[in-house]
Design a protein around this ligand. Structure first.
Ligand SMILES: Nc1ncnc2c1ncn2[C@@H]1O[C@H](COP(=O)(O)OP(=O)(O)OP(=O)(O)O)[C@@H](O)[C@H]1O
Length: 253
């Protein structure tokens, strides 16, 4: 069974305390949504979970093993990470950039390009017809899908995605959220996804972790975490419900 757990993790960067005793766990077959206002610490926590930042206190466990004890080469095969920042790629084709995900398995060149996972990831992210285009000429949303595509090419059991739908139109945002659900429910992956869209978080995540000021303010089922009271307290907005889905409505006075 695949699981990734942050246990009582604290992190300081420079003078600032960024994370305060954060505990979060994701198991295979589940999509965990990480939500919270700007600056709450979501990206920092995701980087700690990916092993890119070492916590000052607490630890991260990948299954039974401490993440810090796992060699980076094995970590790269176990955890695929999509960062928030979309760096414009060098002048290579979309297919070549996607295939960089296979480097985690030591594959490059033709071997990587011909791996079935590359064609599948291009198809799942709606990029098959753009595969031969120059990646550096893609639009912002297309670039975001390419970053996701490269992450899928790793075929890791654990997926960590930082605001993967922030730049996407509604159809592609739904496509990507369905893709995470499929990864969890059909392929048994463990998924952590950072989201600002509370509607998507409510609909597509099995569990939500709501962060505020570097700490976990609430966690549990979406309907528990996205209560009117908690949303008002953390985001300072009122909500209206469309069915079960909370929609941010007005700034609190
Ligand atoms: N290297 C750093 N040095 C000092 N402070 C940092 C550093 N990196 C991040 N921070 C601070 O840590 C806090 C949390 O940042 P983080 O990017 O984790 O938040 P976030 O919840 O992902 O925010 P957003 O929703 O805006 O992306 C912010 O106040 C940020 O300014």
């Amino acid at each position: 069974m695949n699981s990734l757990t942050a246990l009582d993790v604290s992190l300081s960067l420079g003078e600032r305390q960024i994370l305060r005793s954060v505990t979060l766990s994701v198991q295979d077959g589940a999509v965990v949504g990480l939500i919270g206002p700007n600056g709450a610490g979501k990206s920092s926590l995701l980087r700690v979970l990916a092993g890119l930042l070492a916590p000052d206190m607490g630890r991260v466990m990948l299954g039974e093993d401490s993440l810090a004890s796992i060699p980076p080469s094995r970590r790269a095969r176990q955890i695929a990470f999509m960062p928030q920042e979309n760096v414009r790629p060098p002048p290579m084709s979309v297919r070549h950039v996607a295939a960089l995900g296979r480097l985690a398995h030591g594959e490059s060149g033709t071997v990587a390009l011909k791996h079935p996972q590359v064609a599948e990831a291009l198809q799942k992210t709606g990029l098959t017809e753009s595969a031969d285009r120059a990646a550096h000429r893609l639009s912002g949303g297309e670039l975001a899908r390419l970053a996701l595509c490269r992450m899928l090419c790793v075929d890791a059991p654990i997926l960590l995605a930082d605001e993967p739908v922030a730049a996407l139109d509604p159809a592609h945002a739904l496509m990507v959220m369905n893709l995470f659900r499929q990864a969890a429910y059909q392929d048994g992956k463990a998924v952590v996804v950072v989201l600002h869209d509370l509607g998507l978080a409510a609909r597509f995540c099995d569990k939500l972790v709501l962060m505020q000021n570097g700490a976990v303010r609430a966690h549990g089922l979406p309907e528990q975490v996205l209560s009117e009271t908690l949303v008002r307290s953390v985001y300072h907005v009122t909500t209206q419900r469309i069915g079960m889905i909370p929609v941010p409505w007005e700034l609190c006075p």
